[in-house]
Design a protein around this ligand. Structure first.
Ligand SMILES: Cc1ncc(COP(=O)(O)O)c(C=O)c1O
Ligand SMILES: N[C@@H](Cc1ccc(O)cc1)C(=O)O
Length: 471
């Protein structure tokens, strides 16, 4: 195994482990609660982990979004915020960091990823157009729909199969994409929406070969490709690890090459860029840039802050540089893999291969006796919280929402619970505690019951829906 590869638990002899390339300078105490207190808390939250108070959570694996630990350099940079309304120095540093690491020409700052999704959808989608993509993401798809577009899934079939070991389950199926372009006509396609890694598929990467082919195909029809770069550094690490020809390239080189095959990107900087808040849109074409730079002043703030304070942009510019370091990404993906390998060794079904930001428990398999309209993943997330105070999130039928035309639930093939690892926050011992709790719940799986939904909001229902246990 090359040095670049993560050394796994299995190698007992002559093993050379990696460790996190940082040490801990400040800590935040967390508390444990009794089983009765946890049961009360999850009932009070309507069996929805989004509705728990964070002080009632022991190990918080709800999301890797905005939950990273910043470095001492980032904290120091907060003191150097230039809080000018217009032309903040920190914006120009941020613009420079995005240009040099991602390679795009123009930058529009936003308060977080959704702000950027809103702008790109409004400027690049005409009502009635289609937006093909490698699996939906909740907020991305909603913004595409609110702009009058229709998302069409063109990811490879393997992505919908939790057991498939395909190394690049985020790949676009080129046949599906070309058939759609020919059926609808190129002018009906707003752009191709590509995400690296693919969150809803389990944090699965897309290969360099695939993005090159997407570029070649879309060039043939004059269609643009926009990237959801939220976890693109983790995607670059998987390319380095798995794709022939990239073993000796740095994550930074791979990131830049990948982005060069796209026309622009939107970013939730709260993930890969190691900050607690922030986002951006970066574009290569002047027409969409000008339109987005104009729209940002309506929804986010002036085009040199877009909803972020100067200090936020300062921390973000440094986060970009820190997150693209090979040893950082290896430790990040390695910690996720450590947890996933423990669960796999214990026979617990999870999405394979283990992705970049999270472990996805296969609730459909674990609770095979609970039908999908009784929300098995929602129930599993609640049961894990009740067992140990570990908070994960449903990624199944509740997240998939309803079909806007028929009003029926969308029934996704993947019915999952996501245990998402915040960056630079938890230790290996925390991962052991998580794995043991999942195992305890798994061992009691046959007794588990489903849920019924008793409150359902209109948009992104998974955030606020409430449930009650079925008798
Ligand atoms: C893949 C992906 N894209 C976009 C977003 C939207 O970003 P934000 O939460 O910063 O609005 C998220 C998270 O919400 C995400 O995981
Ligand atoms: N993007 C964040 C926050 C979020 C969670 C779920 C969503 O469906 C939307 C946003 C995440 O993946 O954790």
């Amino acid at each position: 195994m090359s040095e670049k590869h993560v050394v796994t638990m299995g190698q007992q002899f002559g093993r050379r482990s990696w460790a996190e390339p940082w040490k801990i300078k400040m800590v935040e105490p967390i508390k444990t609660m009794s089983a009765e207190e946890r049961q009360k808390a999850i009932e009070g939250a309507g069996y929805n982990t989004f509705l728990l108070r964070s002080e009632d959570v022991y190990i918080d694996l709800l999301t890797d979004s905005g939950t990273s630990a910043m470095s001492d350099r980032q904290w120091a940079a907060l003191m150097l915020g230039d809080e000018a309304y217009a032309g903040s120095r920190n914006f120009y540093d941020l613009e420079e960091a995005i240009r040099s690491y991602y390679g795009y020409k123009y930058v529009v700052p936003t308060h977080q990823g959704r702000g950027a999704e809103h702008l790109i959808s409004q400027v690049a989608i005409e009502p009635g157009q289609l937006v093909p993509g490698n699996m939906y993401f909740t907020t991305t798809k909603l913004h595409q729909e609110l702009a009058g577009g229709k998302f069409v899934d063109v990811i490879i079939d393997e992505a919908h199969d939790p057991a498939s070991q395909h190394p690049f389950k985020g790949n676009v199926d080129l046949d599906k994409l070309e058939a759609l372009i020919q059926r609808a006509g190129p002018e009906k396609i707003a752009y191709v929406s590509v995400a690296g890694t693919v969150n809803m598929a389990g944090g699965q990467p897309i290969s360099m070969e695939n993005i090159k082919a997407v570029r070649a195909l879309t060039d043939k029809y004059g269609i643009r490709v926009y990237l959801d770069a939220t976890r693109m550094m983790e995607n670059a690490y998987f390319i380095q690890e798995r794709e022939p020809g990239y073993q000796d390239k740095s994550v930074a080189e791979i990131l830049k090459e990948f982005c060069s095959y796209t026309d622009g990107a939107w970013m939730s900087a709260k993930k890969d860029n190691l900050v607690n808040i922030g986002g951006w849109l970066a574009l290569n074409h002047e027409d969409h840039f000008e339109a987005a730079r104009n729209l940002v002043v309506v929804y986010e703030g002036l085009h040199t802050y877009g909803g972020m304070a100067g200090r936020d942009m300062a921390a973000l510019a440094i986060g970009i540089q820190e997150a693209v370091q090979d040893d950082y990404v290896r430790a990040r993906v390695g910690q996720v893999r450590y947890l996933g390998e423990l669960l796999t060794d214990w026979g617990i079904p999870i999405v394979q291969p283990i992705g970049g930001h999270a472990i996805f428990l296969d609730a459909r398999k674990i609770y095979e006796h609970i039908p999908q309209d009784q929300f098995p993943a929602q129930a599993l997330a609640a049961h894990i919280y009740a067992d140990s105070g570990v908070r994960g999130m449903e990624r199944g039928v509740v997240s998939a929402g309803r079909n806007p035309e028929t009003g029926e639930h969308n029934y996704p093939k993947l019915e999952l619970v996501r245990l998402t690892i915040p960056r630079r926050v938890y230790t290996q011992a925390h991962m052991d505690v998580v794995a043991e709790s999942v195992k305890a719940v798994y061992d009691r799986r046959k007794e588990a019951k489903g849920l019924k939904m008793v409150y359902e909001p209109k948009y992104l229902r998974f955030f606020q829906a409430r449930f009650e246990p079925l008798a």
